[in-house]
Design a protein around this ligand. Structure first.
Ligand SMILES: Cc1cc2nc3c(=O)[nH]c(=O)nc-3n(C[C@H](O)[C@H](O)[C@H](O)COP(=O)(O)OP(=O)(O)OC[C@H]3O[C@@H](n4cnc5c(N)ncnc54)[C@H](O)[C@@H]3O)c2cc1C
Length: 687
């Protein structure tokens, strides 16, 4: 294996290939717009010390204007609503969140929060609600003189109410007037905690529960700042993170017409039945909005590479040893450990970005399929359990479709493949099974493990890493990562989702086909370590089968929703596999397509071999984690193990260990690249 001669840090050409948006000019434009805001307005605010207060200010409000003027506010809107991106927008939001967080994640949160407020309306609102609030939120067009509306999303409540557990709503709604044949008037009382955008929100989408026998269940309702009653923005949250966004604890007590119930309602026997309860609305929103949060932490890890290399290299400049001496030219990089640790940070960031963007692309494909499924189910009157059963019946066809999808294209039954490809319910069941694992995995692993690795990046900057003026704002990014791991559902929530998603028959079948694909790549793409990943995935599969079919000595089932000591570590372990797999696929894509790119033609070998090494490093790390977790789970809950089962497990684990041959050599090669790679003289944003 030759040295991985990485010429420069990867630029847009490399990223567009890896994250598959070379042919999406609209997305490339969104990236440029977000980059301009990040490295301009946002970076200046941080450099000017605006993060040192949690108070909202006129200075910080410049970000909102920058979002409007750069097109980022309109990003979330459809073409007919004044937006510029046709179709689903998760990939666009992820790219924008990535670019903004490269400099400051608070700026990204501010940009995403308005979308979060609009998301319930966009996903589940009536046509009228959608048209009205989208139009109000659109920035003024040329010749128009108006201030766009901003929104806030209010689910979380003061202690002891809604947090991780979204079922215990204290916010209430009741009917205060219902004129004969007219629209009921509602009284809404809601207190919020940690609500983003509250300093300037014109409207709030709030989750409330019925406090009236004439309203069934819970719902989400839209409140405006001019509605009668109290719209108190509340006290600012004394936050230590994401200070470029606005967060407060508001209090609402307002009267609004029932037409503000998101999605509308019907009246049955004198009772208002909201079309969607608050859980249904939240589920449809978070399904997508959590992915960009995962990309925020990924961006920070990758943004750390350049400032750390620069710091390491220049550490002894000006000392007695002159230019040309290793001490002068390599600086801290004379020490093996600092480059090896930086490779770990880099590999984590790459894997996080790869899995996050893969989930984003999948979400965009899923969006129209989900809408088509909803129409079919509505037409056929399939709701609740009947819908669940109808989808369940499709399972054999999904499995058949997957076998054709991963089978030999030349010999597969093309007509049947097309037929199943056009079957909405088959496609929905497949995409749903994928999303139920991929999306929580992105939020959980990228932010949680990402925060741990941000600390590693900070540690490489020495004392600088604990100061406000650390290049690349690394300590701020480390602290911010903890919020990304917390809001929009902390890690426990994602682990609970994974607990439900991982055993899916459809997901498990596709997982087995991924293993086959990786084994098939073992000879042609050896440098990317597909065999190691396949071995770790086999061990994981054996482990979940074991946990699902065995009990502990007291007879209690091992794999059970209430048994978080089993399911949560297993949830963590699958994230390692998914992120490593996404990186491997992106690395191979770069190697394959990069040669055709005129800009990369001369340097693709260097990039391809470096990414292969990086991938090898990440897969080896992931395999180690998975091995450790699986062994703990399989052996740790038993008094003694059946010899046959213990031997089966050990053989699989041994295969993982043996497949690690060469992984540290790959790390050493990649680390050497860090000592030769060319980096710019200075960061392209202020410090
Ligand atoms: C800066 C900021 C901005 C925010 N913006 C918004 C916003 O715009 N809108 C909004 O509605 N909310 C917002 N939030 C709230 C955020 O989403 C919540 O803080 C988050 O969902 C966690 O709720 P909690 O803080 O009440 O934690 P808790 O519910 O008290 O949970 C604390 C911890 O307990 C553990 N835990 C809890 N339940 C379980 C369980 N069932 N199983 C295992 N472990 C468990 C977990 O470790 C968890 O992290 C924001 C928060 C912050 C800090």
């Amino acid at each position: 294996m030759s040295d991985s001669l990485l010429p420069t840090l990867p630029g847009d050409d490399v990223r567009q290939i890896m994250w598959r948006f070379s042919d999406r000019f609209d997305l490339q434009m969104a990236v440029q717009s977000a980059r301009g805001v990040a490295r301009g307005t946002a970076a200046r605010l941080v450099a000017d010390g605006m993060r040192n207060t949690h108070e909202w200010s006129d200075e910080k409000a410049k970000l909102l204007t920058a979002f409007d003027e750069s097109g980022l506010t309109a990003l979330y809107m459809d073409l007919d609503q004044g937006g510029f991106i046709d179709g689903p927008k998760v990939m666009a939001m992820s790219l924008v969140a990535f670019e903004l967080s490269w400099v400051d994640a608070g700026a990204a949160t501010g940009s995403l929060a308005s979308n979060l407020a609009l998301a319930p309306i966009q996903a589940k609102g009536t046509d009228k609600q959608r048209a009205f609030y989208m139009e109000k939120s659109l920035p003024p067009q040329p010749g128009e003189d108006r201030i766009p509306w901003r929104g806030a999303f209010a689910l979380t409540e003061p202690l002891p109410f809604v947090g991780v557990d979204t079922g215990i709503l204290n916010g209430k709604v009741r009917i205060i007037d219902w004129p004969e044949g007219g629209e009921p008037l509602l009284q809404v009382d809601k207190r919020g905690r940690f609500i983003t955008n509250m300093d300037f929100a014109n409207f709030v989408t709030a989750a409330v529960d019925s406090d009236d026998p004439r309203i069934k269940g819970s719902c989400m309702v839209i409140l405006e700042n001019t509605d009668p009653g109290t719209f108190d923005r509340g006290a600012p949250t004394l936050k230590l993170v994401h200070q470029l966004s606005s967060t407060r604890d508001p209090v609402f007590s307002q009267q609004v017409p029932a037409s503000r119930i998101i999605g509308g309602y019907e009246v049955v026997d004198g009772v208002i039945i909201p079309k969607y309860n608050h859980s249904e609305v939240i589920a449809s929103v978070f399904h997508r909005t959590r992915i960009p949060v995962g990309l925020m932490t990924a961006a920070k890890l990758l943004s750390a590479i350049e400032p750390v290399i620069r710091y390491q290299r220049s550490r002894f400049h000006g000392g007695e040893s002159g230019e040309g001496s290793p001490r002068h030219d390599l600086g801290l990089q004379m020490n093996e450990d600092v480059t090896h640790r930086l490779i770990d940070v880099w590999a984590t960031g790459e894997a996080a970005a790869s899995v996050g963007f893969e989930a984003s692309r999948q979400a965009d494909i899923f969006d129209p399929i989900e809408a088509a499924k909803d129409s079919i189910c509505e037409e056929q009157g399939l709701t609740g359990r009947r819908q669940f059963m109808a989808l369940r019946k499709k399972e054999p066809e999904v499995i058949e479709y997957l076998n054709l999808l991963y089978g030999d294209e030349a010999t597969r039954d093309a007509a049947r493949f097309e037929e199943l490809g056009n079957d909405t319910l088959v496609q929905f069941a497949l995409m749903d099974a994928r999303a139920n694992v991929m999306n929580p995995a992105v939020k959980l692993w990228n932010t949680g493990y990402g925060a741990t690795m941000m600390r590693e990046a900070v540690s490489l900057m020495g004392g600088y890493g604990t100061t406000e003026d650390c290049p690349g704002f690394l300590p701020q990014k480390w602290m911010d990562a903890q919020l990304e791991a917390t809001y929009e559902g902390p890690e426990a929530v994602q682990r609970r989702h994974l607990t439900l998603g991982m055993p899916s028959k459809i997901f498990r079948h596709e997982f087995s086909l991924w293993i086959q694909r990786l084994e098939g790549l073992a000879d042609s793409q050896t440098a990317f370590a597909p065999a190691t990943l396949a071995a770790a995935m086999k061990l994981w599969s054996w482990t979940i089968d074991y946990l699902q079919s065995h009990s502990d000595p007291s007879g209690k089932k091992l794999y059970h929703g209430k048994r978080q000591g089993v399911t949560f570590p297993l949830a963590d372990s699958i994230c390692w596999l998914l992120s490593a797999r996404s990186l491997l696929e992106d690395g191979i894509e770069l190697k394959t397509k990069g040669a055709d790119n005129p800009v990369l033609a001369n340097s693709i070998d260097g990039y391809a071999s470096f990414y292969a090494d990086l991938c090898h490093v990440q897969i080896a790390r992931s395999a180690g984690e998975v091995s450790r977790i699986c062994a703990n789970l399989v052996f740790g809950f038993q008094d003694s193990m059946d010899d046959g089962e213990a031997a089966e497990f050990s053989a699989l684990r041994d295969a993982v260990d043996r497949s690690l041959v060469g992984s540290e050599l790959a790390k050493a090669r990649a680390a050497r690249s860090l000592t030769t790679i060319m980096i710019p003289e200075a960061l392209d944003y202020p410090v």
